[in-house]
Design a protein around this ligand. Structure first.
Ligand SMILES: [Zn+2]
Length: 418
């Protein structure tokens, strides 16, 4: 096996530096896959669960799963995530495309390739800027992108896909990946492909959830099987140093409760922005390399778990009606770790355009229904699973005139009257 092409199943060494001294961050038990929702109409007879255990490397600091599910199981044809469904994400990605076009001086002679391009939402933003585009996407959502006029190759990105991109459209000035890089199992194949597909001095810009935000806000719910790694700048520099790439700049964004945007350039470059060393220093200071940091994180997760389940049991005993509000993938980790079932939460509502409607939350018999029903069902309490969007959700519900109390499960259990 080539370097960094991770195998399925139990991992006994660090995914980036191969150190064998891995320590526990949190054991979330055996959990079903977060994006495998089965239709209510289907007779579900069995559901497979996999270990969900996060560990950290004492050498490079990488937080990572110690068990990897096969990619083909996770990203098969019934993958339920479509970028274009979320209005805020469409706007965010359009802004990202505009910023990168201007900061890197891209024009119609440049080609941008999005790796894990989903329905082509980000590439649409680059097209609007007059830049040429091509997508690479392993799931059937590639077909949607192609129908919408975004040329997309349907396969996982790696050396083979890189060669196809070059054959079809030529070499790439900028490759992008949003909320994808932490998911990649054949990491070596991905980076070798990147080296092939990029022009000399070409750019790679990616966004992913940042370990600093996860620790800072007790976001254990960002840990699910698709997220093989929770990235720190220290670990990323360690990774890219092993290839022909330089990490040039890091910025922090609010997306997904705290992302980092990382700008990498092909080749060895010395003009490195101060943001890189600044974050590496702060990671040391904030305890990314200390066992006590992860012990605190684990204990806080346990405290919020107990707080939430006790609150739900008390409300049930009082005869109050409770529903879940919003169902991002992170909700599956929280629901299964806390042990919420359909007795405590008879349904969860999602926006009417969601692909998750009329399906069960994995690991439970909780159905997902359209949030159109809130005005008629009038639940007394709403547990908000997209808690990282607290202010947006509160103002949205208040504008809609929804009454009741919201319960935010993290970073601590909090009740807010509407
Ligand atoms: Zn390591």
């Amino acid at each position: 096996m080539l370097k960094h092409d991770l195998s399925d199943g139990v991992q006994n060494k660090c995914q980036i530096c191969e150190n064998e001294n891995l320590e526990l961050v949190i054991d979330l038990g055996n959990q079903p896959l977060a994006d495998k929702l089965r239709p209510i109409s289907e007779n579900v007879t069995k559901e497979t669960s996999y270990p969900l255990v996060q560990v950290w490397c004492s050498n490079c600091g990488l937080n990572q799963l110690n068990y990897i599910c096969p990619s083909e199981v996770m990203f098969g044809d019934d993958y339920n995530y479509k970028t274009g469904v979320t209005k805020e994400l469409v706007e965010y990605q359009a802004a990202m495309a505009a910023e990168l076009t201007h900061s890197l001086g891209l024009d119609n002679g440049d080609l941008v390739c999005d790796l894990g391009s989903n329905d082509g939402t980000l590439l649409r933003g680059f097209l609007d800027q007059g830049v040429q585009v091509i997508g690479v996407e392993p799931t059937d959502i590639a077909d949607v992108a192609n129908q919408d006029g975004i040329p997309t190759i349907r396969m996982p990105f790696g050396e083979a896909a890189a060669n196809l991109v070059i054959e079809k459209s030529g070499k790439v000035t900028l490759a992008t990946a949003t909320n994808v890089f932490a998911h990649v199992q054949k990491l070596g194949d991905f980076l070798r492909g990147l080296d092939i597909v990029l022009k000399d001095d070409g750019w790679f810009c990616f966004e992913n959830h940042y370990l600093g935000s996860i620790l800072d806000r007790s976001q254990y719910d960002t840990i699910y099987h698709e997220h093989l790694r929770s990235l720190s700048v220290s670990a990323l520099v360690c990774l890219f140093e092993q290839y022909n790439f330089s990490v040039l700049q890091i910025s922090q964004t609010k997306r997904y409760g705290g992302n980092i945007r990382v700008l990498v350039r092909k080749g060895r470059h010395n003009q490195i922005d101060g943001s890189v060393s600044k974050l590496i220093d702060s990671e040391r200071e904030l305890g990314f390399f200390k066992s006590s940091t992860y012990k605190n994180f684990r204990e806080n997760a346990q405290d919020t778990k107990i707080g939430l389940i006790q609150a739900l049991i008390a409300l049930k005993k009082e005869g109050k009606s409770v529903a879940g509000y919003s169902l991002p993938a992170r909700a599956m980790t929280l629901i299964n770790y806390v042990g919420i079932d359909h007795d405590l939460m008879p349904y969860i509502v999602e926006q009417p355009s969601s692909l998750k409607l009329n399906k069960f939350v994995p690991g439970t018999r909780i159905p997902v229904i359209s949030n159109d029903c809130l005005e008629t069902k009038k639940p007394d309490y709403l547990v908000v699973f997209a808690w990282h969007l607290k202010e947006e959700i509160l103002s949205h519900l208040r504008e809609r005139g929804i009454k009741g109390t919201c319960i935010f499960p993290l970073p601590k259990v909090e009740f807010v009257e509407l």
